[in-house]
Ligand binder design. Structure first.
Ligand SMILES: Cc1cc2nc3c(=O)[nH]c(=O)nc-3n(C[C@H](O)[C@H](O)[C@H](O)COP(=O)(O)OP(=O)(O)OC[C@H]3O[C@@H](n4cnc5c(N)ncnc54)[C@H](O)[C@@H]3O)c2cc1C
Length: 343
């Protein structure tokens, strides 16, 4: 990972929320329902409380850059790769490819896959094409197809993630969960094949997005634990191990730490220990990574048996004890029990 030279429309973020106000100016689209599809059968889930929201990254970046430009005491340095951060008794020295900075506090948000525990761990690799279609397609504009056409190929779990953005504009993404790294070339080739089946190649590419998201648990022993040295984002374990979602958690961290900074002058925030969430994520990831060929059935079974609001609260990390019981109850029992006994 390196510095950014400039901010461009490199990704999009989706999340479930009740009537979102914080990002209302930059939310581009929302969907009332979402779906899971296996072997031609689609299970639609609709919530009476939550919507699935879509933010285009460039609009988010612009809104934040505007705020930064209005703050005379903050400056944004683009195009500088951090080479090293050296700790001294009461300050840090940040060495970049262009400059040296001295600072009392450090907030490190450089993603680092090496801080993740080796097991359970999976890679979530995806490529998305935002396309303008030149041929009609039978997809419901009010539904987000979050796990479509789940299948196994070469011992990897694949699904399509399809977001209808406008009548003729869609985000078509192909995602793989795998134990070993998969090259973008392989996924892009598969995505192109899928698009040719859906659309016979009658589409115009607007933009691409891609990523490899670590699905696992950060080993806190590998994170620098120094005075006035803070970490955030993927580096701090904000990526949900069982799903790869991180956006809302990072925003929550940002809000809480800003309040802390105003009140106490530091970024320390107390992390609520959420043992059940951690435990369920761990079991879930263990089951999926050791039974990858069962993943399509597991996800479909889960989606069939779970109540939409419970599913969403679980995804948001806001589940209550009853939700957790319902989540456990909705998992395919035999396979999860086997894993529990093994571990
Ligand atoms: C394409 C894509 C789509 C995603 N979609 C969703 C979604 O729909 N919903 C959701 O909840 N999550 C989503 N995620 C996951 C997660 O929300 C994002 O990955 C999020 O951006 C992670 O934030 P971060 O701050 O940890 O890392 P980043 O956003 O990657 O920020 C890290 C920053 O550090 C900079 N950097 C790194 N190394 C250096 C260095 N040595 N020197 C200087 N700068 C450096 C990088 O240039 C970058 O600006 C998505 C991720 C990707 C990649």
């Amino acid at each position: 990972m390196r510095k950014k030279k400039k901010y461009f429309d490199d990704k999009s973020w989706c999340f479930w929320e009740k009537n979102n106000k914080e990002f209302e100016n930059i939310i581009e689209k929302s969907w009332d329902s979402f779906s899971f599809n296996l072997k031609g059968k689609t299970n639609f889930l609709a919530s009476n409380q939550y919507k699935y929201y879509y933010i285009r990254s460039i609009n988010f970046y612009k809104s934040i850059i505007d705020k930064i430009l209005n703050c005379s005491h903050i400056s944004l340095k683009l195009g500088e790769t951090i080479k090293d951060i050296i700790r001294y008794k009461s300050y840090y020295k940040v060495i970049t490819c262009k400059n040296i900075y001295l600072s009392k506090n450090i907030l490190d948000t450089r993603p680092n896959i090496n801080v993740f525990k080796k097991k359970p761990f999976m890679y979530q690799t995806f490529i998305g094409y935002e396309i303008k279609i030149l041929k009609k397609i039978r997809l419901d504009q009010s539904n987000a197809y979050i796990m479509h056409n789940m299948h196994i190929d070469s011992n990897n779990f694949y699904f399509e993630y399809i977001l209808p953005l406008k009548n003729d504009v869609f985000l078509f993404e192909l995602t793989a969960f795998s134990n070993k790294k998969i090259s973008f070339k392989i996924i892009e080739h598969k995505l192109k094949k899928i698009l040719s089946t859906y659309l016979h190649n009658s589409y115009k590419l607007i933009r691409k997005e891609y990523g490899i998201i670590p699905m696992g648990f950060v080993d806190t022993k590998l994170i620098k634990n120094y005075k006035n040295y803070y970490v955030s984002g993927s580096l701090a374990g904000s990526i949900r191990p069982s799903s790869g979602y991180a956006f809302l958690d990072i925003q929550k961290w940002a809000n809480e730490s800003t309040n802390n900074l105003k009140k106490y002058g530091n970024l320390n925030i107390l992390n609520k220990s959420e043992y059940i969430k951690y435990y369920l994520d761990k079991i879930f990831l263990k089951v999926i990574s050791s039974n990858i060929t069962m993943a399509p059935k597991i996800f479909y079974h889960f989606s069939k048996n779970i109540i939409p609001n419970t599913f969403i609260r679980f995804m948001l990390g806001r589940a209550n004890i009853i939700d957790y019981i319902k989540v456990i109850y909705s998992m395919p029992k035999r396979i999860f029990l086997k894993c529990l006994i093994k571990n």
